[in-house]
Design a protein around this ligand. Structure first.
Ligand SMILES: Nc1ncnc2c1ncn2[C@@H]1O[C@H](COP(=O)(O)OP(=O)(O)OP(=O)(O)O)[C@@H](O)[C@H]1O
Length: 381
């Protein structure tokens, strides 16, 4: 089977002794732009790591340095303990799946896979029967058995994505790099292919590094998620931990599921334009500029009670602000209800339809938006 031939790191008493991929303080600048700043990351064999970052955060640069398409200015890249400095892209044993698929358009699906096997510099496969077996195994792995004779011009976008993945895997890479692999697919295909990627990775036991700007993709697929911001790795954590405890307000913003409230902290409360809400206990003694992040799915919406001065329903640990309902966005199993606060900012409340349904809000009407102080995240600004 294809998976059994992938190179794995030695394991002692169930613990890997060598990282599959180890970046040591890798830095890269383009002129005055620091694309990567001392990035250090160790990826265990068999891990599926997602790298989440906004546009321009250095995701592609990072992959290009690992793949050997570009060289770091500082630091080093190791695969299974070997320093890759001075090794060309062909000699690294690192596979790359491009967002644009980068297939040879004039070749069949079979030939797209066979090409790399026959013409690679290190250990080319010349025996036609062996080429056939390896290509068939890779096509079976990605669910494309029987499609080998088809021209790549005659297959769908989803199938192209699978061919691109199979073409990478047929070379038995030690590490698989995926550059926004779902970016070119429509929403249905994206969900399907996301499941396929994790199935394939588990089946192979391979090491995958997947970069994306989509927080849901990063959280759903990664066994750990590394967050890249302005060229620096700002947090590496399991998805649940990252979601519940973003290390900074930048990370929380990137997760795209919080409402930010900036104001002045004093006396255990955060006061800002048109709000005055209790801070969580960790920030009870704070004094000065601060930022609270309120999870969209933790907000309760009720009919507003006029004249309460924004102090809420008497529970001092429960925050209360007033918002005017604007509109809702429906996204499959979720609904996002959008309100405007007294300060003119948008405040969003998320309803997961399997848990709770939104009431019938009336556009232009004022509502009370409430949450528990203990459930907010506080950051010094
Ligand atoms: N060849 C280059 N020459 C000059 N600047 C570059 C080059 N490649 C990248 N940069 C700059 O380095 C920074 C990081 O770019 P990079 O493409 O790695 O980001 P990214 O996170 O992959 O972005 P996107 O998600 O938009 O592809 C950006 O400021 C970019 O403009």
């Amino acid at each position: 089977m294809l998976g059994s031939t992938l190179v794995r790191a030695p394991v002692v008493e169930g613990r890997a002794v060598t990282a599959a991929l180890h970046l040591h303080a890798v830095g890269k600048s383009f002129g005055r732009v620091a694309a990567l700043r001392a990035v250090t990351l160790a990826v265990d064999p068999g891990e599926y790591i997602t790298i989440l970052g906004p546009s321009g955060s250095g995701k592609s640069t990072l992959l290009r340095l690992i793949a050997g398409f570009d060289r770091p200015d500082t630091g080093r890249v190791e695969v299974l303990g070997q320093d890759l400095a001075g090794r060309s892209a062909h000699e690294r044993g690192v596979g790359f799946v491009f967002q644009s698929f980068a297939l040879f358009p004039h070749l069949s699906v079979f030939e797209n896979l066979a090409f790399g096997l026959r013409y690679r510099r290190h250990a080319p496969v010349i025996d036609a029967a062996q080429v056939g077996r390896e290509v068939d195994a890779a096509l079976a792995l990605v669910g494309l058995s029987g499609l080998g004779a088809r021209s790549v011009a005659q297959i769908s976008g989803g199938q192209k994505q699978r061919v691109a993945l199979a073409r990478c895997l047929v070379g038995k890479p030690r590490v698989v790099l995926l550059d926004e692999p779902l970016g070119a697919l429509d929403a249905n295909l994206r969900d399907q292919m996301a499941l396929e990627l994790t199935r394939i990775q588990r089946q192979l036991g391979g090491t995958f590094l997947h970069v994306t700007g989509n927080e849901q993709e990063a959280l759903a697929l990664g066994s750990r998620v590394a967050v890249l911001d302005q060229g620096a790795l700002v947090q590496i954590d399991m998805p649940r931990r990252l979601f519940e405890r973003p290390a900074s307000s930048q990370v929380a913003r990137l997760l795209n599921c919080f409402n930010p409230l900036s104001g002045q902290a004093a006396g255990g409360r955060l006061a800002g334009p048109a709000f005055d809400v209790p801070l969580p206990d960790v920030a009870a003694q704070w004094h000065g500029a601060a930022l609270c992040m309120v999870r969209r799915d933790r907000v309760q919406v009720d009919a507003d009670q006029p004249g309460n001065g924004g102090r809420g329903d008497g529970d001092p640990r429960r925050a209360h602000i007033t918002g005017t309902y604007l509109a809702s966005e429906y996204a499959g199993s979720r609904v996002l209800a959008i309100f405007r606060t007294g300060a003119g900012a948008h405040f969003e409340v998320e309803y997961h339809l399997s848990h709770r349904r939104p009431p019938a809000f009336v556009a232009g009407r004022r509502y009370a938006l409430r949450w528990q102080a203990a459930e907010t995240l506080a950051y010094a600004a």
